[in-house]
Write a protein that binds this ligand. Structure first.
Ligand code: EPZ
Length: 417
């Protein structure tokens, strides 16, 4: 199994280009199920999760062609199977995003329940509740959600909590429903907006995206479209956190700075000098970072997907920071691994009190999930000596060529067997 070997303690310098957003690419790929016509995507990142989504769509009978430079053409002209099997759903929860499109276009879908997850329980009750409100009959049998409907009809749905993929599933389903659907307490994440813009390009009628009330007027069918996936704001934030922790000066290209307001505010508070352009961000950290507390929240709040990286920054900051996780109940596993690097962290429920230390020391650590891995890589870049990060298949799910990009910034990092 691959591991990452990092020899830390060196500032970062140089520029890198950020990839297309994983969490926009996955729902947008599933949106291809809503039409028999082709969907041509560009800026699709080369990631394990994207390959999993391609296999899932391929198994159903969709054609998936991948070209150079992140180009992908999807066409679900004939769908032989409306099944998302357990084997794929358990490796990637986002597979549940086929439920809304399949049900809306074919009137039936069989999707495995995702089950538990390393970062928390993560139920899908809001997806189910919303589709039921739109007229679907959903039964749970032998671990599968069996959904059926003649034709979905528009409904007013108030989500109990803000859910990103829940909003996406219901928004996709509503595009082909009869009448108008109003989603209240909808997620405002930029990836939801990106999906909506793609659906609109396919002919959907959607208003209010980016706010917490989304209105979808159903249409009979959707057509072909070309769509460019937005840049990955979490990859961007991970590089920014790495530069802030390790010090130095880097430039990130092909980014969307306005999707990173909360992250940029926290990094500035920690002492980083940041200049943003239309599609670039320059960051310079000339001194030891100041301790900055964060509390995760739905967008536009501080992203839970940046929590581990911000904890890594806090481990070497001057002062004490409180990191509070409000979205997932078990997303602090990286804290124990960071302690192996010499970090001073006390967990209190869903908060971590991080007392910054002058130096971390390299050690062997183990990644437990995607963003935990990213946090460990950031910590490894700062730690003196060698850090070996195990189980980096988690990283490959969501970061394209991370070690190559960090290498281009002068980090000593390589993949080892
Ligand atoms: C999305 O997951 C992202 N994944 C996650 O990114 C991200 O951490 C998360 O949103 C929060 O921003 C994709 O976009 C593919 P939620 P999602 O539904 O949609 C509870 C990464 O590292 N909930 O917004 O699954 C849930 O348990 C990943 O890239 C219900 O109770 O998250 C959680 O506490 C990890 N019932 C909260 O809502 C439901 O029906 C928010 O989860 C749905 C969710």
């Amino acid at each position: 199994m691959d591991k990452l070997l990092i020899t830390g303690g060196r500032p970062l310098e140089g520029e890198v280009r950020v990839s297309g957003a994983k969490n926009a690419a996955l729902p947008i790929m599933c949106a291809a199920l809503l039409t028999a016509k082709p969907l041509v995507l560009t800026n699709v990142p080369s990631l394990a999760d994207v390959s999993t989504a391609a296999s899932l769509l391929g198994q159903m009978g969709a054609s998936v062609e991948r070209g150079d430079d992140g180009r992908m053409t999807l066409q679900a002209a004939r769908i032989a199977s409306r099944l998302a099997p357990y084997d794929l759903v358990k490796t990637m929860r986002a597979s549940v995003l086929v439920l809304g499109p399949l049900l809306a276009r074919f009137g039936e879908a069989q999707v495995s329940l995702p089950g538990g997850c390393a970062i928390g329980a993560r139920p899908v009750d809001q997806h189910i509740k919303g589709l039921q409100a739109m007229g679907a009959t959903i039964t749970i049998e032998r671990g599968y959600m069996n959904a059926r409907v003649e034709r979905l009809r528009g409904a007013r749905i108030v989500l109990d909590l803000v859910t990103v993929t829940g909003t996406e599933n219901l928004m996709m389903a509503a595009t082909l429903a009869e009448g108008t659907t109003v989603l209240e307490n909808a997620a405002r994440e930029p990836e939801v907006v990106d999906l909506a813009n793609c659906l609109i390009a396919m002919g959907a009628r959607i208003e209010g995206v980016g706010s917490d009330v989304i209105r979808v007027e159903g249409v009979r069918s959707l057509g072909e479209a070309s769509y460019h996936i937005m840049p990955d704001r979490i990859e961007t934030g991970t590089f920014l956190a790495a530069a802030a922790a390790a010090g130095g000066r880097i430039r990130l290209l092909g980014v969307l700075p306005e999707t990173l307001d909360a992250t940029l505010a926290k990094l500035r508070e920690s002492g980083a000098a940041i200049v943003t352009g239309k599609d670039r961000i320059d960051i310079e950290m000339a001194e030891r970072p100041a301790a900055v507390s964060v509390r995760t929240a739905p967008y536009p709040g501080f992203a839970t997907d940046m929590q581990a990286q911000s904890m890594a920054l806090a481990t070497v900051a001057n002062g004490t920071a409180m990191i509070t996780e409000t979205i997932f109940e078990n997303r602090m596993m990286h804290a124990l691994e960071m302690q192996r690097l010499g970090a001073d962290i006390t967990i209190q429920g869903t908060s971590a009190v991080v007392r910054g230390v002058e130096k971390l020391q390299g050690a062997k650590v183990m990644a437990t999930d995607l963003r935990a891995s990213a946090g460990l890589v950031v910590a490894g870049l700062v730690a003196r000596g060698e850090t070996l990060v195990d189980r980096i298949y988690h990283l490959d799910r969501g970061y394209e060529a991370l070690e190559k990009k960090l290498g281009a910034l002068g980090a000593r990092i390589r993949r080892v067997k």
